[in-house]
Design a protein around this ligand. Sequence first.
Ligand code: COA
Length: 430
Amino acid sequence: MKKGLRMVNIFDKLSNKIQDWKSETKGLLEKGSEKVLSQVTVGQAYGGMRGVISLICDTSRVPQDQGLIIRGMPLKDLVNKTPEEIYYLLLTGELPTKEEVEDFSADIKKRKHVPEYIWNVLKAMPKDSHPMTMLDTAILALQKESVFAEEYEKGIRKEDYWKPTLEDSLNLVAKIPAIAAGIYRMRFNKGDIIAQDPNMDWTGDYVHMLGISGNNKDFKDLMRLYLVAHCDHEGGNVSALTTQTINSALSDIYYSLAGGFNGLAGPLHGLANQESLKWILETMEKLGGTPTKEQLVDVVWETLNSGKVIPGYGHAVLRVTDPRFEAFLKFGQKHFPNDPVFKTVDLLYEVVPEELKKISKIKNPWPNVDAASGAMLYHYGLSEFSYYTVVFAVSRSLGLTAQAVVNRAMLNPIIRPKSVTTSYIKDLVS
Ligand SMILES: CC(C)(COP(=O)(O)OP(=O)(O)OC[C@H]1O[C@@H](n2cnc3c(N)ncnc32)[C@H](O)[C@@H]1OP(=O)(O)O)[C@@H](O)C(=O)NCCC(=O)NCCS
């Protein structure tokens, strides 16, 4: 794709929206910029800023008693949508009409070619590199394609920053399925990289290029759900906050998303799906199949007593079962209720919360999305755990780039909170 700005519907649509968002925010700041959102205690400053309200994110929110709500719409009402529709919703705040989504999808399809040098970079990496390291490396290597960096160099007006940011976002989002699928095939010796199909949609082409489960319609349906369910989770989680902090320095989308994905690769964030399935399979192996509830209780305590967390359970914000987990559970109950791994996931849901409730320090005993997502992929033959965070990242590219476009449009300043030293706290406390 040639560099340069192209005006398509999504740009026009956003142009109008941005004017409204800006004047709304201006009014709010005039009226209430001194209103207090949060006070920060010493405990919160030492405690990962948990519960401190200090960010604005309009693409989605996560109320602790409801879970993911995208642009005002609960996830459960969006589980039959496509990632293209969801991306449009994240960016504009509206679900697209049939014509709008056709136009938007066609635009994404035109941008999906991955330059040859990306494959050469990936091939040069050590054969045992983590798939997330490969994804981040590929994204950073693509940075030279940034339209924002080029336009900034030329001296683009501040009000127009969002346009090349959107251009970069669409380009990167369009390419990510091919990059991710190529990484899968290279890293796990699956044979040659499978060429893109110019006519396939975002999900279909990803499934096609992974080259597993043939043309299994159910697998495609699962991937569509997976890519919708993981798309965004408000602004304060590690990958979102990192992406937006980097982006606020006017680094382009490639730098920003690669940085955010480095955070997603951590075991307390996006790597937990891999940890969760690993734990389930180890348990099943040890017990010789689908365990009983009594056996699971013992395994839960064995894990806890050895100082480990129960992967897939607990959440920094949520205080109910994650609706994303519920969506996967429903999918499994419909499509493969007798799969032994899925049955174990289902049983764990009956067992784990009751046990975690007995530990008072754990604020949320309920499952998060990672308690089920790995088992879903596993059922269809995607059994390489270390790849799971990459599938998560493919989906999360939607929300993180949408947040970055909105932040650029709103001309949000560089993020720069203030830190203090321990001796400052000593003086304060004494
Ligand atoms: C997600 C997670 C990191 C949230 O952490 P948090 O906001 O600090 O959660 P809490 O406030 O409830 O944690 C309080 C304590 O309970 C522990 N805890 C929380 N969830 C736990 C779990 N699933 N198993 C065992 N202990 C858990 C914490 O480790 C912490 O212990 P500490 O004080 O000794 O460090 C945490 O629940 C966790 O590690 N879960 C397992 C990993 C996971 O599923 N991650 C995916 C998140 S989407």
